[in-house]
Design a protein around this ligand. Structure first.
Ligand SMILES: C[S@@+](CC[C@H](N)C(=O)[O-])C[C@H]1O[C@@H](n2cnc3c(N)ncnc32)[C@H](O)[C@@H]1O
Length: 288
């Protein structure tokens, strides 16, 4: 099996198609859920760091409530996000290694965490989150796939824009080798320019697949108090864009999906960074 490219075309020269391939509206429901999770954190959350923020489609729905700093490795995806979210701070960097030199009330690592395909990479991202989480703060990790609930699946979607561009895609996600820590998402994008020019692009992405125990262990190793919540039996709801797979893989447990990021159940791993213990002899400000 050949190594995947360092960066996929979807996030490079095709980034301008992101708003058609993965429309902003599709993030509203998940953003509402994450807003609820962040708002029920033990300490107030205002400053939020989003690692792997992509085109900023999730950020669109969060920025009214939180002050967002958005980090992505791809300058092209950051450009899409800057146009949508000019009021947010944007930084280019790798979520495994970036150090911004400041701490946030919360760190969010949404679907981009799926691009961590080895335990070493996942460990580094969790360490980055810890480094940017203030004592008493919270880190949320929302992978699309978790080993315990992974199912092979097909999906499709797409949209138009005002300029007359039209994008469609089909997706198949499956696990070539259940013994390793990644699955493969195969995409076919059909991209039509306003003048009728059509480009068809196929590319396969590797996405990480880790079990709950691995997640919890890595979170604890980094210094977080770790918690896991995911809906093992969550029902998959087919979108208008979903086309049920009637092919030969029907027996392989294929599940419907609707976008590159799909309608998977919500997976959530939470890390709470313990508040710093009071230095010996310092006044106890809680007793007044
Ligand atoms: C599915 S997109 C994220 C979409 C995003 N949730 C949104 O709201 O638009 C995945 C993103 O992860 C980014 N990414 C992948 N590996 C990364 C890494 N090591 N560091 C930072 N960003 C990374 C890609 O550049 C891409 O923009």
């Amino acid at each position: 099996m050949t190594d995947p490219p360092r960066e996929y075309r979807l996030y490079r020269d095709l980034a301008g198609w992101w708003p058609l391939i993965s429309p902003v509206a599709e993030y509203a429901e998940e953003a509402a859920w994450l807003t609820e999770v962040l708002s029920s954190a033990p300490t107030a959350v205002r400053q939020v760091l989003d690692l792997g923020s992509g085109g900023g489609h999730l950020a669109v729905h969060l920025k009214g409530r939180f002050a967002l700093t958005l980090v992505d490795r791809s300058e092209e995806m950051l450009a899409v996000s800057r146009a949508l979210n000019p009021e947010c701070t944007h930084r280019q960097g790798d979520m495994r290694t970036i150090r911004l030199g400041r701490a946030f009330d919360a760190v969010l690592v949404h679907d981009a965490v799926d691009y961590m395909t080895s335990e070493a990479d996942l460990r580094q991202v969790i360490e980055t989150a810890f480094a940017h989480c203030r004592p008493g703060g919270i880190a949320l990790f929302v992978p699309d796939h978790v080993a315990e609930t992974f199912r092979a699946r097909r999906g499709q979607g797409g949209g138009d824009d005002a300029s007359g561009r039209h994008a469609r895609f089909r997706e198949r996600t499956w696990d070539p080798d259940p013994a390793d820590t990644w699955v493969q998402a195969e995409y076919e994008f059909v991209l039509e320019e306003p003048d009728g020019t059509v480009e068809v692009v196929q590319e396969a992405h590797r996405l990480g697949l880790f079990g709950r125990d691995t997640w919890l262990r890595l979170l604890a190793d980094a210094g977080f108090e770790a918690d896991a919540g995911f809906e093992a039996d969550a029902g998959f709801e087919a979108d208008a864009g979903f086309e049920a797979d009637a092919g030969s893989e029907a027996d392989a447990g294929l599940e419907p999906g609707s976008g590159p990021d799909g309608d998977e159940p919500h997976n959530l791993f939470t890390g709470r960074r313990p508040a710093e213990p009071r230095a010996a002899g310092s006044p106890d400000n809680t007793k007044r």
